[in-house]
Design a protein around this ligand. Structure first.
Ligand SMILES: [Zn+2]
Length: 955
């Protein structure tokens, strides 16, 4: 039995005593690795553990590679969620108190104090920190801080002032996601399920109806030219309202949306859908009347609750028209309403919507596939469509080019208005209220829409490593659409806006350049600097190199040496070498991190790398409090040990995939680690001499393992690296043991010692505690976390040994397969190796294939032209099969074969395979070369022998 807690505590104590993870500047090259700091409003669960574990492996790996690695941690107190939670506790909210008690196991005494937000943050801060320590994260805790520490607040004031000086923060009126209950802007941190409110600007086309205007919302104003009617929902009670002096008819929900958009609204009465249906409205730009008809797909909460129908180009409208006509008498004039085609697009005929609806087999207007049809047509017509003659002054223009001028024309003629609407509805605030879009007037915004700023960010991004590569386009996309963003809030914890103390810097804006603060935090915690004397001159000098040391020291009253030390430490550790975070932070935090760095710091301090990971599922399901499938991280550590949890998280998925955590895999990993530990206890170092073929082979394989694991970790393909080391290599070892056993050997402990030393070293960043224990069992006195990462010794790689073992392995496999298929009990096995001239032909084919030539005719012609291999023309089958053999092998093996031309298969099989076969199959084996005189070949098998593919006769 392995006592995980005991082992883990023992090694953590050693690391702590040795101050192993405290990084100060030195002569070595540095790596500065950071992770998004946690928000302490709950304890961490297994899902949170993923990002930190990945970053910790990264940090530990670079430490072993010889870098001076700084891996620090802070705690993000800023924001409204903790505030909201305190209010709910104060109100005695049963749901939240039950969650704290029964899911998070917070003691009653502590819950009582939770009416104060700061108490909640402090409690979970300590809880999360304890979990991080127990997970073995190699953090430099001297640099810990919270975002409400006084010096941090000075730092944020400096950041915000610097941005304002650069005109990147401005006052203005801009739309934001908004909680009507809290009266506060909302972003991802403030919503249930961490949704970033996303909104779109719709064009409202104003149709006239007596004294009223009936507006309809569209993203495709150009389709006005193809309007045939309006759609009304019979079930909806519409509101008559006055909007800035104009009389409108819209749904109740639309009227409410308009109120938040800074419009002056008064309510004048109601009109039902039934009253509208059958009446006529006037199309704004030509005095033409069209009918209002009924359709059930029209929803009161979308747009204005009324829809402009363009059946030729909008699948919903087309289908609604088809549905509508089914209910009308055949003679009715309504049957005469026909789609009006206004856009010509390659690949579509006259009525694109009809084609799309029919292609997808759509049945009625409530079919969800209509969304897909709409998206497809919208995309194709936007990028490839040309406006037809019936679009008047816009005829002949591309849709993508005409769209903006049509918008301008409509606005200028007062035919239109605009409506902002959330696109990812419903967005629910953590307080429970449904969020809306609000135009905030005279508020403070970060001008993320600034073109020059975006260009700089793109430049930074282009020079950065983004892992995994496939996530890069998402960053470009986000920078593309980003616009002004509110950077202050009225409630919550945080730093006050320096020039307007009624406002607090919001939580996504005070967490973008704090990696620089880790340098200061060390000096703050050591009592060497304090908030009261810090001001712009200090930060400008330390971070940007402006001003003079003398002046800074004089103003701040900090000794010159200390100021200099801080500045030098910053220059040493900055820029950030790697930033780790979850995928959900790509559209906000990670992109803002890039934007704020390029705005404030010179190019040499721009970040170098971002690593993004997917989330963690629990037995295939999303983890959530409501699902009741949350396992608090500390609980899991107590139950299973930290290392098994680290490995279970890593092994279940590569970076971007969602990792599926399950307890079965934890158990499997535990067993694997225990058996490796036992093995290490038995091994003693030995001299690597008198090496036999299989020793040279397994040591060569070890070199490939080192090379593969190293390159996997470099690319943060940790699953692949861990799997290769812990599991895939086992099959090689198994072969090795089989060979050694067949030969009756017992002298290979030294070889195994060498192998396990390297494997344990490569396991160390992944499972740091148990790797130390294994290392100690191997007889080492130092720490494995302090040894060097293994490197490949090219001189150990023995191509001949690799080739020999591969041949033996595949021949044994072939015999086993034949026996399995034929169900024979063998009495005698005969093996035939290929003739020498076939070997020449083989190498000639191999060279050609490696050079990219795989055409059988060309290869054949060359072989015949050479007198040494000309005989091959009698055996065209050989050439074809050999090409196939070669192509089915890994490039690595092909290269090895190319390097070793002389290779005596017959004596290898005689010397090595005979004993193996006797052990495996219990019979004698006879070996012939194809051209041997006196060959025993009753079935004429010998002629089928190919190099590395001997022919086999089983009797
Ligand atoms: Zn709210």
């Amino acid at each position: 039995m392995v006592n995980w807690i005991e082992i883990e505590t023992k090694w953590r104590k050693k690391w702590e005593e040795g101050k192993d993870f405290e990084a100060d500047p030195n002569e070595k090259e540095k790596k500065f690795i950071t992770v998004a700091y946690p928000y302490p409003n709950s304890p961490q669960h297994i899902g949170h553990g993923r990002t930190y574990t990945l970053a910790d492996v990264h940090a530990r790996y670079y430490r072993m590679k010889g870098y001076n690695v700084l891996f620090p941690m802070g705690f993000h107190y800023t924001g409204t969620p903790i505030h909201g939670m305190a209010k709910r506790v104060e109100a005695g909210d049963a749901e939240i108190i039950d969650g704290l008690k029964n899911i998070y196991h917070v003691p009653d005494d502590a819950i009582k104090t939770f009416v104060e937000p700061i108490k909640i943050a402090d409690y979970f801060h300590e809880e999360i920190k304890a979990g991080m320590v127990e997970m073995g994260y190699s953090i430099d805790w001297r640099r810990e801080f919270t975002t409400i520490d006084p010096v941090y607040q000075k730092f944020i004031e400096w950041q915000i002032n610097t941005l304002k000086e650069k005109n990147l923060i401005m006052q203005g009126s801009h739309p934001v996601g908004w909680c009507p209950k809290d009266q506060n802007p909302v972003s991802q941190h403030d919503t249930m399920g961490d949704v970033e409110p996303d909104f779109t600007e719709y064009v409202l086309i104003k149709f006239k109806f007596d004294d009223y205007i009936i507006p309809t919302a569209t993203l495709r104003p150009e389709t006005l030219f193809g309007v045939t009617n309006l759609w009304v929902n019979l079930e909806t009670n519409y509101k008559k309202i006055t909007v800035d002096g104009e009389k409108w008819i819209v749904s109740k929900e639309c009227a409410r949306k308009l109120e938040f958009l800074d419009r002056k609204i008064s309510y004048d009465g109601e009109i039902s859908g039934t009253e509208l249906v059958g009446k006529q409205v006037t199309v704004p730009h030509r005095n033409e009347k069209i009918l209002m008809l009924e359709a059930s797909f029209v929803e009161s909460h979308t747009g204005t609750g009324l829809v402009m129908s363009v059946p030729a180009h909008a699948p919903f409208d087309y289908q609604a028209l088809v549905d509508f006509k089914k209910d009308q008498p055949l003679a009715s004039e309504l049957q005469l309403i026909k789609p009006i085609s206004i856009i010509e697009t390659e690949g579509y005929g006259e009525i694109p919507a009809k084609e799309a609806v029919e292609k997808l087999g759509i049945l009625d207007q409530n079919d969800p596939k209509l969304e897909q049809a709409t998206e497809e047509i919208y995309g194709k017509e936007f990028y490839g469509g040309i406006l037809k003659q019936n679009t008047e002054q816009f005829a002949g223009k591309k849709v993508s080019e005409a769209k903006d001028s049509i918008k301008e024309w409509l606005a200028k003629e007062k035919y239109s208005d605009i409506l902002l609407e959330l696109t990812n509805t419903p967005v629910i605030c953590r307080c429970g209220a449904e969020c809306v879009v609000k135009i905030l007037t005279n508020q403070w915004f970060l001008n993320y829409g600034d073109k020059t700023w975006k260009e700089k960010a793109i430049k930074c991004l282009d020079g950065m490593s983004i892992l995994p590569q496939e996530i890069r386009p998402e960053f470009n996309y986000v920078i593309g659409w980003l616009h002004e963003r509110a950077c202050a809030r009225q409630h919550g914890l945080g730093t006050k806006l320096p020039w307007d103390k009624d406002w607090i810097v919001e939580s996504l804006s005070d967490s973008v350049i704090y990696m620089a603060y880790y340098i200061l935090a060390k000096f703050v915690n050591a009592g060497k600097i304090s908030a009261d004397t810090l001001s712009k001159v200090f930060f400008d000098y330390v971070f940007l190199g402006y001003g003079s040391l003398g002046k800074v020291s004089e103003i701040t009253k900090i000794p010159k040496e200390t100021v200099d030390e801080i500045k030098n430490e910053f220059s040493y550790f900055y820029p950030v070498d790697s930033r780790h975070s979850g995928r959900d932070l790509v559209p906000n935090h990670l992109t803002f991190f890039v934007l704020n760095h390029v705005a404030i710091f010179p190019e040499n301090n721009w970040p170098k790398q971002i690593v993004v990971n997917g989330s963690v599922l629990m037995d295939g399901k999303k983890m959530s409090k409501s699902m009741g499938n949350i396992i608090p991280l500390r609980q899991a550590i107590r139950d299973y040990g930290a290392d098994p949890i680290r490995l279970a998280i890593i092994i279940s998925a590569e970076l971007l995939q969602d990792a599926d955590f399950n307890l079965e895999s934890v158990t499997g990993i535990k067993n694997k680690l225990v058996s490796l530990l036992e093995e290490c206890s038995k091994l003693k170092p030995g001299k690597l001499e008198n090496l036999q073929a299989e020793d040279r082979w397994i040591l060569s394989k070890l070199q490939s393992l080192i090379s593969n694991v190293s390159s996997s970790v470099e690319k943060m393909r940790l699953r692949e690296g861990l799997h290769g080391n812990l599991f895939s290599f086992e099959s090689d070892l198994q072969w090795y043991f089989k060979r050694a056993k067949a030969k009756g050997r017992s002298d290979y402990s030294g070889v195994l010692y060498e192998i396990n030393s390297k494997r344990v070293a490569m396991l160390s960043p992944f499972a740091p505690h148990i790797a130390e224990e294994m290392w100690e069992k191997l007889g080492n006195s130092g720490l494995v976390s302090q040894t060097s990462w293994p490197t490949v010794s090219a001189d150990v790689i023995d191509p001949n040994a690799i080739q020999s073992e591969e041949l033996l392995k595949s021949t044994i496999d072939d015999i086993s397969n034949i026996l399995k298929v034929t169900q024979m009990k063998p009495k005698k096995i005969t093996i035939y190796t290929a003739d020498a001239f076939k070997s020449k032909a083989y190498h000639s084919i191999l060279e050609k294939v490696m050079a990219g030539q795989t055409n059988m005719g060309v290869i054949m012609k060359d072989l015949i032209a050479n007198s040494e291999t000309a005989d091959i023309k009698k055996n065209p089958d050989f050439v074809q099969k050999t090409i196939k053999d070669i192509l089915s092998e890994p490039t690595e093996i092909r290269k090895t074969k190319l390097e070793t031309k002389e290779f005596d298969e017959k004596s290898l099989i005689e010397n090595e395979l005979v004993s193996l076969a006797r052990a495996d199959f219990g019979v004698d084996v006879q070996v012939f070369s194809e051209s041997d005189s006196g060959i025993y070949d009753p079935k004429g098998k010998a002629r089928h022998a190919r190099p590395f593919k001997p022919a086999i006769l089983i009797e």
